[in-house]
Design a binder for this molecule. Sequence first.
Ligand code: AMP
Ligand code: ZN
Length: 460
Amino acid sequence: MSLRLFNSLSRSKEAFAPCAPPKVGLYTCGPTVYNYQHVGNYRTYVFEDTLVRALKLLGFSPYRVLNITDVGHLTSQGDEGEDKMEVGAAREGKTAWEIAKFYTDAFLADWKSLGLTDPDVLCRATDHIPEQIALVERLERNGLVYKTTDGLYFDTAKLPDYGKLMSKEHLEGLRSGARIEENPEKRRPADFALWKFSPRGSRRQMEWDSPWGKGFPGWHIECSAMAMKYLGETFDIHCGGVDHIPIHHTNEIAQAEGATGSPFVKVWMHAEFLLMNNAKMAKSSGGFVTLSDLVEKGFSPLDYKYHCFTAHYRKQLDFTWESLESSRTARRRLAESARSLAAVPARAGSGEYSARLRDALSDDLNAPAALSVVWDALRSELPDGAKRSFLEEAERVFALGLLSAEDVAGPPAAVAALAAARAKARAAKDFAESDRLRKEIEALGWLVKDGKDGAKVVKR
Ligand code: AMP
Ligand code: ZN
């Protein structure tokens, strides 16, 4: 079966035809680094990683760009409110730059612990201010920009197909004024900031000179500018969570297509929400769980990754501790089967299961179906060598740590809690306490190994 992907632009599954096969250019919206990312965010990154891995398995050569939003994302999601970076700085008594560095590092550590593949390009908005200014200038030359007292705005009325990514409900919401903000100088509610001036008398930490005055870029312009810089004016796939459809991605399209006159992206793919208590898990609402919270409770980040594979990426997924426990149990069972095959040399013969795995992935990345093929193969009458070679193939996509030499089940909850307490003590430079906790962990039969990616706990 050839690869079919659901395109949010056409609202249908389409045969995938990249611009220059086998190359596939992908842009994936990354974190806003003013706080820890929550496991909802990681649902989207796990989906994107699985997409990249599946593309590789299916013979494509993906090239992935991931951005770090370290300026310009305002608390309202629109053009009002404070910059989230400056809010983070005020909250923690640090500079906005320190906040960006700290939470970028935390994000990258989580990324590693989930076994996600490094992107080919990791780019920060603050490192690409000239590119963003150049793009706004290009839009200005095309007559798509107007100026108000607080910044430069995109004139959405001038782009006939503005909003083509939005659903009927999104457009309805826009029409009925859901996005009316306090700025009376905006010509239309949908118009959005490309460049904002530093408020007079303010003490903004992140600001740059521009042809229009000192200020900072709007949130959306960074993604259009960096995507086109690294992937060209038209590229293959752009991903993110569904919350980005009506504003961020709609505006990315407007900026790119308004500047170039060419289609920006062939396929738009969006991951549905991870829910907690029947609502989107979100940093702004306070109800969120981080990967460290899971580790403190004795889960491996890979248990959470398994949990992500239990639902199709376009279906909402509930987060509860009970469901996470079921995923842990399932992953442990898989790991035990895998361990029994560890010493067996891989052998050909798993063709039927390989074909089923590829078919499931080719059907709009159906991870739950692909995972059930893994279970079927392990329970089948296949010779052990063929099972082993199939598992190696499946791990290229799932990367659940099933074949790694380490104890895949991870330490028990009590040891994980001690390790987390030790990490906190070390971060606070309380070395006496961290040594005491190390000894306690050793007494329980585990060793702490400090490395450049943080501490790991392994069996003695
Ligand atoms: P942010 O740091 O808010 O810019 O979000 C980073 C990524 O996580 C974006 O692609 C969002 O669409 C996605 N995201 C945010 N909340 C959730 C959620 N509850 N479930 C799945 N993805 C999410
Ligand atoms: Zn983006």
